[in-house]
Design a protein around this ligand. Structure first.
Ligand SMILES: Nc1nc2c(ncn2[C@@H]2O[C@H](COP(=O)(O)OP(=O)(O)OP(=O)(O)O)[C@@H](O)[C@H]2O)c(=O)[nH]1
Length: 302
C-alpha cells in the first residue's frame, strides 16, 4: 500500500465553521465550537484517515484585522499554518457571500500562498441558502481567485464533507504517515482540557471579559482508581475580573467547573476531578510565556 500524508490549513473568517468542519472530518471533538467569535486561539490539529492517506489539519485562528498584540500574534499564527500547508481550504459562509473580510483573505492568498500550493474553496452552511444563490456565489468567488476546486458543504449537517475529504486525500504527497493511525490529535491533552474550560468560561461570561483571560492546565494525574485529577489556573487581567469569574458566593466558577468537568469526563471516558483557581496577572497579555503556551509567537515591540 502506498501511503501519503500532508498538512491542510483551514482558513476563513471567524465563525465560518472551521471548528465544526474539523470536528466532522476528524470525528472527535478536538477543536472548540461556540457561538461567540474568535474562540480559537491555538493552532489545533486533528488527523483524519481516508484510505491510505493521512490528512493533518491545522485549524487556524480566525483571520481578521489585527489590532492588539494578541490579535496580531493570532493572525501571524494563522498565516504561519497556511504557509506550511500542502493544501489550503478557504471556508466562507454561503449566506454571507464574498464579504469584506473574505475579500481581504483572498487578497492575502494572492500575496502569501507559495506557488503550486492548491487552494480549495468550501462554501459552508449551504443549508441556509437556495441553489441559485450558490451558483452565483461560486462564479463570483472563482473570478476573485483561481481556486483549484469548489465544494459546497454543510459542516454541521455533514453534506459534502466526504467529497472534500476524499479530494484532500488525493492531494496528499506520497510518504509515510506522520502520526500513528490511532492517534487522532497531537494536541496535548492538557491543552484540550484548558480549551474545554475556556469554552465554558466564554459561554458563561459576557462580552469583553473572555478575551482577557486564559486557562492553563497545571497538573494532570491519572489515578489508580480510574479517575483523573486536573488542576487548572485561570488568569485574568484585573482584580475586578476575578470577582466576576468567581461570581456571588462562588456560584459562577462552580457552574463553569461543573460544565467543564462533565465534558472532560465524557471526552476522556473517565471520572474527572477538576480544580480551578483564579489568579490575577495584570500583564498576562504582554508576557511571552503565556503566548508560547498558547502555541503563538510573541514578537516584542509589535
Ligand atoms: N447552519 C449552519 N451552521 C453552521 C454550519 N457549520 C457551522 N455552523 C455554525 O456556525 C457557528 C460557528 O462555527 P465554528 O465551527 O465555531 O466556526 P469557526 O470558524 O471555527 O470560528 P472561530 O473559532 O471563531 O474561528 C457555530 O454556531 C456552528 O454551529 C453549517 O453547515 N450550517
Amino acid at each position: 500500500m502506498t501511503t501519503s500524508a500532508g498538512f491542510v490549513a483551514l482558513i476563513g473568517e471567524p465563525n465560518a465553521g472551521k471548528s465544526t468542519l474539523l470536528n466532522r472530518m476528524v470525528g472527535a471533538k478536538v477543536s472548540i465550537v461556540t457561538h461567540k467569535v474568535q474562540t480559537t486561539r491555538t493552532r489545533i490539529r486533528g488527523v483524519a484517515m481516508a484510505g491510505a492517506a493521512q490528512i493533518v489539519f491545522v485549524d487556524t485562528p480566525g483571520l481578521f484585522r489585527p489590532r492588539r498584540r494578541l490579535d496580531r500574534a493570532m493572525v501571524a499564527a494563522a498565516w504561519g499554518g497556511a504557509a506550511d500547508a500542502d493544501v489550503i481550504v478557504l471556508l466562507i459562509e454561503a449566506h454571507r457571500g464574498l464579504t469584506d473580510g473574505a475579500r481581504t483573505i483572498v487578497e492575502s492568498l494572492r500575496e502569501r500562498v507559495p506557488q503550486g500550493v492548491p487552494v480549495a474553496l468550501a462554501i459552508n452552511k449551504i443549508d441556509k441558502v437556495k441553489a441559485e444563490a450558490l451558483l452565483a456565489l461560486t462564479r463570483e468567488m472563482n473570478e476573485a481567485y483561481p481556486f483549484a476546486k469548489t465544494f459546497m458543504i454543510s459542516a454541521e449537517r455533514g453534506y459534502g464533507v466526504e467529497d472534500l475529504r476524499d479530494w484532500l486525500a488525493g492531494e496528499m504527497p506520497e510518504g509515510p504517515w506522520l502520526y500513528p493511525e490511532d492517534q487522532i490529535a497531537d494536541l496535548p491533552m492538557r491543552m484540550i482540557a484548558a480549551e474545554i474550560t475556556r469554552e465554558k468560561l466564554t459561554l458563561r461570561l459576557h462580552e469583553e471579559l473572555p478575551y482577557q483571560l486564559t486557562v492553563e492546565t497545571e497538573n494532570w494525574e491519572d489515578r489508580k482508581d480510574g479517575s483523573t485529577r486536573i488542576d487548572q489556573l485561570i488568569y485574568v487581567a484585573r482584580d475586578g475580573h476575578k470577582g466576576i469569574v468567581l461570581g456571588k458566593g462562588g456560584e459562577t466558577i462552580k457552574a463553569i467547573s461543573q460544565a467543564a468537568r462533565a465534558e472532560l469526563g465524557e471526552f476522556l471516558g473517565r471520572t474527572v476531578h477538576l480544580f480551578l483557581q483564579v489568579k490575577v496577572r495584570e500583564n498576562w497579555l504582554d508576557e511571552a510565556e503565556r503566548y508560547s503556551e498558547m502555541g503563538l509567537d510573541f514578537r516584542d515591540g509589535d
